[in-house]
Design a protein around this ligand. Structure first.
Ligand SMILES: [Zn+2]
Length: 94
């Protein structure tokens, strides 16, 4: 069982959450090039290391949040709600 720390509810079973993939900035469709839009839709970094991900706490607080996950070790850190700044290490889990 993977415990994912929701910023509102605390650690929750990952089966109670919805994984929404790698977090990346959406370009403005009115001014971006077709290549930038295609990159946004289909390409992901898939790094070997820390990756910021989007999750949804559907059976708890019903909020979307982001968290950093280490793709090699599975460590989780820095759960934040949209609009919060990153850079802190609150909520570290190992
Ligand atoms: Zn929650």
């Amino acid at each position: 069982m993977l415990l994912v720390p929701c910023p509102n509810c605390g650690p929750r079973n990952a089966a109670d959450l919805t994984y929404n993939g790698e977090s990346h900035r959406r370009p403005d469709p009115k001014i971006c090039t077709p290549e930038e839009w295609r990159t946004y839709l289909y390409l992901r970094e898939n790094p070997s290391g820390w990756l910021r991900e989007n999750w949804y706490c559907g059976s708890g607080c019903r909020k979307h949040f982001q968290i950093e996950r280490h793709t090699l070790t599975g460590e989780l850190r820095e759960p934040i709600l949209p609009g919060e700044k990153t850079g802190t290490t609150k909520g570290d889990m190992k």
